[in-house]
Design a protein around this ligand. Structure first.
Ligand code: PHE
Length: 518
């Protein structure tokens, strides 16, 4: 007996959940650091171009597809053509096992740091504290060492929270959590940004490093081949960031949109999600640059030496800056880490949902049990990232998933929707719902976006073949990077083999009107 598909209580609740998925840890540290590394204000140009030519069009695809087929990603793809069901599985499996396993551990770090901020336990050597005391990082990825208990405990807490939220159906679980969490997240962010803006040294960093544009970094047409090739990398990074930040290529937005009622303005929702997410990144950048500028000034070091990338920005630079604040450091620290925990949680639940919905759609097992099994397995899987080699494995997994997993997912999505379903069919389905999508969109997703994504893949591949990512030994890159993607593919193929109940495959929602539009 097929279960009744649940739905959002309101469009606003859906938007908050989708924006909650998009706004995550990546908006805070990934975006700011990328902007700094890739030409400051000039980075906004490739970022905006990526948003327009890939972000918004693919968001429209995912919303449109989920809404039209009323299904998780495997169900949506199988309804287009049986041949593509594996892709519908591969995307949420990558999300679940490639991303959520380490994402939950990073949220666990944030929880630890939230408590550390009460007495600034990180001391004056925040770098030594993070790597040697907190992570107790081993010498290489092959030396796994033991599990770090405080990290594993916090990770367990994250999984329990996610389980608690996802256990219930969408409107009583994820929607309710988003309606509570998202306003808190926005409030905490606004407080932090305003506070940071008034710190001494903040405006210098913001104007001279964040908003100041170094155009040479993005000049693809330079005569100097070196400038040109490094500009290529900047453009590639901007596209990668857009995919990651908008949670595209995981099947999440397809799943979320499948719970929308028949009459919903899909186009408008897609624009709002993209706009709010990117605006959030841009605004959060003021807090990051402001406080790093303050720290640089109070220590008398150049800004370049003060800012660091990746996890170090949140767990080394920020704690140091927090300790230096003249007053209310504890409050500032607690707000910052709480903000990260909330941003991370609202993304984490979306990763679990995409996989849960895929399983319940195909097998009709009770949702609660599926979520319980997924969370128990998820926690056990994430333990590998709580070991002393966790950071290395995380770094390798993240590199391969963001540069290949996501981009391949997005590329295939464009091609299947553009050429197999036919772009115009989906465009007309969406346009009928309120926001008219111009025919240019067909050209984008059939030709332009795929060509750009193929070029991106080529760039990443050429870079990885020329030298080992971050100098890791080939064996480890193959194991934790390529191996992970491959295992996800095998699991996807196995799940594809299971048969569907025939009634699931009927195109209940393909209206006659749709057929006439082809
Ligand atoms: N969009 C989230 C961020 O920017 C990351 C994320 C990716 C979350 C994929 C869910 C799915 O951090």
């Amino acid at each position: 007996m097929s279960q009744q598909r649940s739905s959002w209580k309101s469009n606003f609740g859906f938007l908050l959940a989708a924006i909650g998925s998009a706004i995550g840890l990546g908006n805070v540290w990934r975006f700011s650091y990328m902007a700094h590394q890739h030409g400051g204000g000039a980075f906004l140009v490739p970022y905006l171009v990526a948003l327009i030519v890939a972000g918004v069009p693919i968001m429209i695809i995912e919303y449109g597809l989920g809404h039209r087929e009323k299904g998780s990603s495997p169900l949506s793809f199988v309804r287009i053509d049986k041949k593509f069901e594996w892709l519908g599985w591969w995307m949420p499996i990558i999300a679940m096992f490639g991303i959520m396993l380490y994402y939950s551990v990073v949220i666990g770090w944030c929880i630890n740091y939230f408590f550390y901020s009460f007495n600034l336990s990180w001391g004056s050597d925040t770098q030594g504290f993070f790597f040697s005391q907190f992570l107790q990082l081993s010498d290489s990825a092959s030396d796994i060492g033991g599990i770090r208990t405080p990290i594993a405990a916090a990770t367990l807490f994250v999984w329990i929270l996610c389980w608690f939220i996802c256990y219930r159906d969408i409107r009583h679980g994820i929607e309710k959590a988003s309606v509570i969490f998202m306003p808190i997240l926005f409030l905490l962010t606004i407080i932090l940004v305003l506070w940071s803006l008034f710190l001494e040294g903040a405006s210098d960093a913001i104007f001279n490093h964040y908003l100041h544009a170094d155009w040479s970094k993005i000049n693809l047409f330079s005569d100097d081949p070196e400038v040109q090739s490094s500009a290529g990398k900047v453009w590639a990074a901007a596209f990668g960031q857009i995919f990651f930040t908008l949670s595209l290529g995981f099947g999440i937005m397809i799943t979320y949109a499948s719970y929308l009622p028949q009459e919903t303005n899909i186009g408008k929702n897609a624009f709002i999600t993209c706009f709010v997410n990117c605006l959030y990144s841009f605004i959060a950048g003021f807090a990051v640059f402001g406080i790093v500028g303050f720290m640089a000034q109070s220590q008398g070091v150049p800004f370049e030496d003060a800012i660091k990338g990746g996890p170090q920005l949140a767990f080394v630079v920020y704690p140091q800056a927090i300790s230096l604040l003249p007053s209310m450091n504890v409050l500032f620290g607690a707000i910052f880490f709480l903000m990260l925990v909330i941003a991370g949680l609202t993304s984490g639940i979306s990763l679990i949902e995409a996989f849960t919905c895929a399983i319940t759609d195909k097998f009709d097992w009770p949702r609660g049990k599926v979520v319980t099994v997924i969370c128990v397995l998820g926690f056990l899987g994430s333990l590998i990232f709580t070991t002393r080699a966790g950071l290395y494995i995380l770094d390798i997994a993240d590199h391969f998933i963001t540069n290949y997993g996501l981009v391949i997912g997005g590329l295939l999505e464009c091609l299947i929707i553009g050429w197999v379903l036919k772009a115009s069919v989906l465009r007309k389905h969406i346009s009928r719902l309120g926001t008219v999508i111009p025919p240019l969109w067909d050209i984008l997703i059939k030709f332009i976006t795929p060509v750009i994504l193929i070029y991106l893949l080529y760039l990443s591949l050429a870079g990885d073949l020329a030298e080992n990512y971050e100098g890791y030994p080939t064996g480890q890159l193959l194991l934790y990077g390529v191996g992970l993607i491959f295992i996800c593919l095998v699991v996807a193929l196995v799940l594809t083999l299971a048969p569907w109940k025939p009634e699931k495959l009927k195109r209940r929602h393909r209206s006659e009107e749709d057929e006439l539009l082809i």
